[in-house]
Design a protein around this ligand. Sequence first.
Ligand code: NAD
Ligand code: ZN
Length: 254
Amino acid sequence: MASAQRITVLTGAGISTDSGIPDFRGPQGLWTRNPGAERMATIDHYLADPEVRRASWQNRLSSPAWIARPNPGHRALVDLERQGRLRAIITQNIDELHQAAGSDPSLVLELHGTMRWVVCWDCGARGPMDAVLERVKAGEEDPRCVECGGVLKSATISFGQMLDPAVLAAAEDAAVDCDLLLAIGSTLTVYPAAGLVPLSKQAGARLIIVNAQPTPFDGIADSVVDGSISDVLPSLVATSGPDGRPRSRADDPA
Ligand code: NAD
Ligand code: ZN
């Protein structure tokens, strides 16, 4: 970590759990507790079944993400950027907490889109999520596009949906063009995101994984850090930076 000059970070839902947003596959994950929910998260179900859309709008309305604030894990990546060593943050998260923490938005690549925008499946019109949630609160159970009457969906990538090719290409560039890939808070089982890990490794980067559970790539990692992200990441970034030094007991106030 200390010798790395160009660091690409890949984040997953685990960096946001300490902000109050549950992950999907961790021990308390939404899909670990309710496996049926994963099947409902496919684009085909969403488009075909008004009942799925009604449930989705209710889920969006009650999402803990609307009041979530960035935690020390997100803020540590802002410090990494200030150290001048951050190439990009590739995130699978849709919560925009990296940007809220102060990361340069042009360095944040949202592989799975954002929950703060809505897109019309039929005409492609985009608009802010807030406005549509107000309509849901006012009683519209399955709000339609005001331009064309088409199906509205959050601007996120569901299963069965293609990633934005430009965002994926930028993520692949960042995975290849770095000397360290730092994979944080992801089970590394969702593709194509997980495929960035071997891609980066094959291009010669070192790999550090920070995650509370094992991942399929632990075996090719140069280091695996098992611990709470909001504890581990700030000290990892601080002690490896230009004026970093390993903390000793002497640093702690008496
Ligand atoms: P995941 O739920 O599959 O895995 C999260 C991993 O992080 C688990 O292995 C878990 O053990 C670990 N983890 C959770 N909290 C941790 C902590 N505080 N410290 C250390 N490790 C911790 O998440 P994924 O791999 O990102 O895939 C889930 C998909 O769901 C993504 O594609 C993402 O788009 C979406 N998602 C996003 C959010 C969000 O935006 N915050 C939340 C849930 C799901
Ligand atoms: Zn439309």
